[in-house]
Design a protein around this ligand. Structure first.
Ligand SMILES: [Zn+2]
Length: 89
């Protein structure tokens, strides 16, 4: 029976082939979802996919792009949003 903290599904289970040829069960952290555009749902580039607890200690430049709506919208949707806001005036 695995240890109590290994019984939960917080960590994912991976079988790794070790040099002796035997496959061993290894527990690893789950992959976090990539940040997506709020409008078109495409994956945003230049933004690291980190867990919430690790995001606290990362710099602002790793969490967003230096652009208006950076880190929230992709470049195409940001362009549309800016043009819309100018036309409203
Ligand atoms: Zn978009």
């Amino acid at each position: 029976m695995p240890r109590p903290n290994k019984r939960s599904r917080t960590l994912r289970r991976i079988f790794v082939r070790v040099p002796s040829g035997v496959s061993k069960l290894v527990y690893k952290a789950r992959k976090t979802a990539r940040i997506k555009c709020a409008d078109c749902k495409t994956v945003l580039h230049g933004i690291s996919a980190l867990s919430v607890s690790k995001l606290r200690n990362t710099t602002n430049s790793q969490k967003k792009v230096e652009r208006k709506y950076g880190g929230n919208l992709c470049h195409k949707c940001a362009r549309k949003r800016i043009i819309q806001s100018v036309r409203k005036e």
